[in-house]
Write a protein that binds this ligand. Structure first.
Ligand code: ARG
Length: 459
């Protein structure tokens, strides 16, 4: 019977099928650095309360260094009985240094250890994710500033609505992504609260100095209730929701670009390096990159949803159900990293077809401007809207563009029409009306770019 760290009261070995189900080492070995970092700090704290001598702490440190090196170099041998990263590291440490290793776990439980490891892991890795996110924002902002002259139709309900700048469209995504980045900072504050020293559930019986422990692990705060601390996975749920929201933002961008890259639109061309072909139809160039981003956007929410269901109705404190947080977090982290990279690359390398964007603008998109023209002549908006509708209907009846109606024909609809209506038939003039903050006029788009650039410098 293989020795288990918790095996004292057991007379029979674990059934192999349960052993397989129970093992999380294949996933949580990713946290070996954090587990070792936590153990080093904990050993120091035990020294502070006289439960380990300085010589023992030194031996533990040296031993843990070797364990870390073995992991880093791919030399760590996982044994059959290594249930998770915590048991594996402790087992190996004991093999390396003998008796001091057996004193390390006093007052600690895997319950406070695992949640501490997760928080440490997220603290360093979420920053990496944020770098990918910021790279994407900067790709978008840079395109927006170079392509500010490109005009295109803006859509609602996927129907042509009003003329806009391509840059304004691009920046609409950048703003969502900036909000994602800001939101991540909030989540990081919740992660930055150290649970170590909570034991299995009741706390630490040796009055360990948790504040000093938190300082040595670079945590901003410490948890205030041990039972809450070992069961808290709110920060995991927050991360998974955050990732889902970001995934949804990326899927929206992807979906737009898929539509814009179709032959019917042809506003953009996805670069060869982010497209794939068909094994049957030689002419095909498929935007697989964008389709994968779109689908992964959905599956990230699947992870969030499934973990929320794990949390639902769990009784207080630690339950093994919580072990599934690793799978959700790591899958989410990896998928998000790869779609962020691919989104940046796809957006950076795509070609915008300025001519196609412009030729997709059509005069009926200026119907709102006809109404605003009348408003500027003193007509109340509801009446103006109705009159502009009549202009559209009249043009439709005659089979012409609204700009081709003669002044006489327009005057029959409203006496307020004058020769200056000619100025309305201009897409750029239309766009340039929207100068109020947040609009599509050039000055407003430039101000958005400045703000986003300032945001980059601030953080
Ligand atoms: N592998 C476990 C997890 O990830 C560690 C905690 C186990 N605690 C326990 N009492 N069985 O959740």
């Amino acid at each position: 019977m293989e020795h288990k760290l918790w095996g004292g009261r057991f007379t029979e070995s674990t059934n192999p099928s349960l052993e397989k189900l129970n093992r999380s080492i294949d996933l949580d070995k990713r946290m070996f650095e954090e587990d070792i970092e936590g153990s080093k700090a904990y050993a120091k704290a035990l020294n502070g309360i006289g439960l380990l001598t300085s010589t023992e702490v030194q031996a533990i440190h040296n031993g843990l260094e070797i364990v870390a090196k073995e992991w880093r170099e791919g030399l760590f041998e996982i044994h059959q009985g290594d249930e998770d990263i915590h048991t594996a590291n402790e087992r190996r440490l004991k093999e390396l240094i003998g008796s001091p290793a057996t004193k390390l776990h006093v007052g600690r439980s895997r319950n406070d250890q695992v949640v501490t490891d997760m928080k440490l892991w997220l603290k360093s890795n979420l920053k990496r994710l944020d770098l990918h996110l910021r790279e994407l924002i900067s790709v978008i902002v840079s395109r927006a500033s170079h392509e500010i002259e490109v005009m295109m139709p803006g859509y609602t309900h996927l129907q042509r609505a009003q003329p806009i700048r391509w840059s304004h469209y691009l920046l609409s995504h950048a703003w969502n992504l900036k909000n994602d980045s800001d939101r991540l900072e909030e989540i990081l504050k919740h992660i930055d609260i150290m649970p170590l020293g909570s034991g299995a559930l009741a706390g630490n019986p040796f009055n360990i100095d948790r504040v000093q422990l938190a300082n040595s692990l670079n945590f901003e705060e410490i948890t205030q209730n041990s039972m809450q601390a070992v069961s808290d996975r709110d920060f995991i749920a927050e991360f998974l929701f955050w990732a889902s929201m970001l995934g949804i933002h990326l899927s929206r961008l992807a979906e737009d670009l898929i539509i814009y890259s179709s032959k019917e639109f042809e506003f953009i061309t996805v670069d060869d390096s982010y497209s794939t072909g068909s094994s049957l139809m030689p002419q095909k160039r498929n935007p697989d990159s964008l389709e994968l981003i779109r689908s992964i956007g959905g599956s990230l929410f699947g992870q969030c949803c499934s973990f929320m269901m794990v949390l639902k109705s769990l009784p207080s404190t630690y339950n093994k159900d919580l072990q599934s947080d690793k799978e959700a977090v790591f899958i989410t982290f990896d998928k998000l990293t790869s779609i962020l990279e691919v989104t940046s690359g796809t957006v950076k390398t795509l070609k915008v077809n300025q001519g196609r964007c412009k030729s997709a603008l059509s005069f009926e998109m200026l119907a709102t401007d006809v109404a605003y023209y009348l408003v500027r002549k003193g007509v109340p908006f509801r009446d103006a809207h109705c009159l502009a509708g009549q202009v559209v209907a009249e043009a439709e009846k005659k089979g012409v563009n609204i700009c081709d109606l003669t002044l006489e024909e327009l005057k029959e609809i409203s006496s307020h029409f004058g020769v200056d209506i000619g100025k309305v038939w201009n897409y750029e003039n239309s766009i340039e009306q929207y100068q109020a903050v947040g609009g599509t006029a050039k000055s407003s788009v430039l101000s958005q770019i400045r703000q986003l650039e300032a945001w980059f410098c601030k953080r």
